[in-house]
Design a binder for this molecule. Sequence first.
Ligand SMILES: [Mg+2]
Length: 226
Amino acid sequence: MSAPTPVLPATLDQIRQLHETAPARPGRPLVICDVDEVVLLFLAHLEEHMGRSGHRFLSHDYKLTGNIADAAGALLEATVVRALIQAFFDEWVERQQPVPGAADALASLAGAADVVFLTNLPGAWNREGRIRTLTSHGMAYPLVTNSGPKGGAVAALAAGRSAPVVFIDDSPSNIRSVRDSHAGSTLVHFIADRRFFAGAEDIEGTGLKTHDWRTATTYIRQVIGG
Ligand SMILES: [Mg+2]
């Protein structure tokens, strides 16, 4: 059992973005999908990026802070990890490659549901680059940016929907946040990297844990119907 995550309200900016990008259609299912490590590769690219300066993961436990060492083997402090991630996105946001099967899966699901990306991306200036990358890989869906746990944003996105809502993310804290903020969401814990998938904990309340988009699509189709 984990401690409940506080329920956070969505920001005004988020709500404005939602209304601009994804007007609610109450009777249509909604698939809210994370980006990094779900539809775009993240951990493999980050590993390559860090490796150039001798940094490396210490384990395949599913965490960044407390899990990256420098060339001398010293553990990086949380603030250094945050700076590293920021620098990674500044350089890679337009170079990230797609997770195999993601574009086909979302195209298939979009036939029966609204698809929205909900992403935590450091640096607001990176949003347009992220949209270009997703579009170039055949994934041109509305993109909402968020900061921190995603429960509030999911509750706002799902407001007024009578049809099923599915949330897909690699982050345990986001899965827990949505579980505790919007009980009606079906939760898919998706981690593309097989090593980190194997190292990730099982989270209570999750409907499916997978590294594979074909498995995810079959499951989500059962949830949303059609
Ligand atoms: Mg992610």
